[in-house]
Design a protein around this ligand. Structure first.
Ligand SMILES: [Zn+2]
Length: 193
């Protein structure tokens, strides 16, 4: 299982690289991401959330490991078209216990590749569209806290400050490497994309 990193780990702001080849390592990483996601009761998880700087995310909109048919591994996604707006409550596994309303497109048309090398184009709506947009943002260093309205931003301020404080504390105690060390590791991994 790959540990999920918490805000403000620098991986969450690092631009993920396009996947140019599907290796056994990448397949293994996707499998481990599912384990981490189910363990944390999530419905989606992006590679940068496990400190892997690759354009890959996984989804299971039921969040149920028994429903394997709902599992999706998305590589190099593009959003071709957005229509309508929908506002709904969102959380993120990198921000435990923080939930806020986010406005997103209601329906999207997307294109991506699969681990099997297939090129898929499809239209998504509802929870599928919402989760896809949230995870897609992660690949570009964009987080749901960036999308909050003025009231949401104010409401989340305390929680965000406490995540930042904890990150610094963990670094001072030597429990996690410094940001410079974490960034150097991300650069190294990015070369392997
Ligand atoms: Zn997230």
């Amino acid at each position: 299982m790959l540990p999920i990193v918490l805000y403000p780990h620098p991986s969450l702001r690092f631009k993920a690289r396009r996947v140019t080849r599907v290796t056994d390592t990448l397949r293994q990483q996707a499998t481990e991401m599912f384990e981490s996601m189910y363990d944390a009761n999530g419905i989606g998880l992006a590679a940068p959330q496990v400190a892997l700087p690759y354009q890959m995310f996984i989804l299971n909109t039921a969040g149920d490991p028994e429903q394997k048919d709902l599992e999706k591994v998305i590589l190099n996604p593009e959003i071709l078209e957005k229509t309508g707006t929908a506002e709904g409550q969102e959380g993120c596994l990198s921000f435990p216990e923080l939930f806020q309303k986010v406005r997103r497109a209601k329906t999207i048309r997307v294109k991506y590749q699969t681990l099997e090398g297939l090129e898929v184009e499809e239209a998504l709506t509802g929870l599928h569209a919402k989760a896809f947009q949230h995870e897609y943002d992660h690949l570009h260093g964009v987080l749901f806290i960036d999308k909050l309205g003025p009231i949401g931003k104010m409401a989340a301020r305390g929680a965000i400050a406490s995540f930042e404080r904890l990150h610094l504390q963990d670094q001072k105690k030597g429990e996690i490497p410094t940001d410079a060390e974490l960034l150097a590791r991300l650069e190294e991994l990015a070369q392997l994309a």
